[in-house]
Design a protein around this ligand. Structure first.
Ligand code: NAD
Length: 382
């Protein structure tokens, strides 16, 4: 099942690590640690293999992919030997990267993106192309009447307004090109009524939002524990320190607010109340792609006795995120092949702010994912 993986933000850290990892898996130069679709509970015939994946994408930046891979190797994100051994494969992927379109109306830019996707699918004889947004986080956009339904959207896009934020313009173009869509970021993406209606009309599945790779992953394990033991969480405060391109983007207040909002949702929805405290994200350039999160939780037990716990997470963000991008591309491709359309809440396991998921508990989400992949492998899930 030859499957295209079209990365929006293809020269970023997550995308480059995903491309290097996908190529290394195909060449047998590394193992699948971190790829949950290779666990015995999920593995199976419905998923495209790593060798089936073909990479392409858009970016506003122009730094060659080999240079990005070398920079990530120098920073300790990926092994230098892979950047060297895969130089020719990375150069081949470079031929499938396109500049983010600029100028003209948004309708014209969307048409360029759609044409790039269709040409990629044809050039490589792909059965389908999954578009994955791993671009820089955007602030929440202002509302626009064009967001309401497909006809209003088409009319508005042809005019002079910037109707859609970039993530949603890519989502629109993906749907117009008949591509399933995954949003690994907290940006708006496909989360607008007009775009959801278009995806339903075209029979396309989509998944999001915002990959769950660090502090929120731990929260989605711990918060259900406090709830199940009927302990009262009084406060939960977290400080995240990170560098890299994502850290620099999140230093901007609008993008920071979008991310913090996405990170806090798990607590309120799991505990049924919102404890005191909040999540902070600070940019520390020197940390690069390595993130530190400190969380302090105060809670009360029987007779009101106060207690506390703390944890520290030191994660390499791109190494945690990249295998999930490969997993999501494989699973979403299989869902499309199986005839699924609309949101895929069964993929909530991967996201901080999952679409249409009633639970943030990692173990419940895991079971749902296992059941879903079992159905896909059995030829069901449609
Ligand atoms: N790493 C993680 O653990 C993790 C977890 C959850 C979500 N995310 C999200 O994934 C995204 C990528 O993270 P990253 O560390 O790779 O960031 P990054 O800054 O390294 O990469 C982002 C890329 O997007 C490109 N870009 C910006 N605007 C664009 C546009 N309009 N069109 C096309 N490309 C554009 C940039 O040039 C850059 O190459 C971020 O939104 C981040 O919040 C990452």
């Amino acid at each position: 099942m030859r499957t295209g993986v079209w990365l929006v933000g293809a020269r970023g850290s997550v995308a480059t690590t995903g491309i290097v990892g996908g190529l290394a898996l195909r060449a047998g130069l590394t193992g699948p640690t971190g790829c949950v679709t290779e666990l015995p509970d999920l593995r199976g015939p419905a998923l495209p293999t790593f060798a089936d994946l073909v990479f392409g994408g858009h970016d506003v930046a122009t730094t060659p992919l080999t240079k990005r891979a070398e920079a990530l190797a120098a920073a300790g994100v990926l092994p230098g030997r892979l950047a060297t051994a895969l130089a020719a494969d990375l150069a081949a992927v470079e031929d499938d990267l396109r500049p983010a379109p600029t100028g003209g109306s948004q309708a014209e830019r969307a048409a360029t993106i759609t044409a790039d996707l269709a040409a990629f699918r044809e050039r490589h004889g792909l059965e389908r192309v999954v578009v994955v947004n791993v671009s820089a986080t955007e602030p929440a956009p202002a509302t626009h009447p064009g967001h309401a339904d497909p006809d209003a959207l088409r009319a508005a896009l042809a005019g002079p307004d910037e109707v859609l934020p970039p993530s949603s313009l890519y989502a629109y173009a993906a749907v117009e090109a008949g591509c399933p869509y995954v949003d690994f970021t907290p940006s708006t993406g496909l989360r607008l009524p007009a775009l959801a209606a278009l995806a339903a009309q075209r029979g396309l599945p989509y998944a999001g939002h915002d990959g769950k790779t660090g502090e929120t992953l731990v929260k989605s394990v711990l918060a259900p524990m406090f709830a199940m033991r009927h302990l009262a969480v009084r406060s939960w405060s977290g400080v995240n320190l990170l560098g890299g391109g994502d850290g620099a983007t999140l230093a901007e207040p609008g993008a920071n607010a979008a991310k913090v909002d996405s990170k806090q949702r798990v607590l309120g929805e799991t505990l049924g109340y919102v404890p005191q405290g909040g999540t902070r994200i600070d940019y520390v350039e020197d940390l690069g792609d390595f993130k530190t999160a400190w969380d302090l939780i105060t809670f009360a037990g029987f007779l009101g006795t106060g207690m506390r716990m703390e944890f520290t997470w030191h994660g390499c963000d791109s190494a945690l995120a990249a295998p999930l991008v490969l997993d999501l591309a494989r699973l979403t491709a299989a869902a499309h092949a199986g005839g699924r359309a609309g949101p895929l809440p069964e993929l909530a396991f991967f996201f901080k702010d999952p679409i249409d998921s009633p639970t943030h508990s990692l173990s419940t989400q895991w079971q749902r994912l296992v059941d879903f992949t079992r159905e896909l492998h059995a030829g069901g899930a449609g």
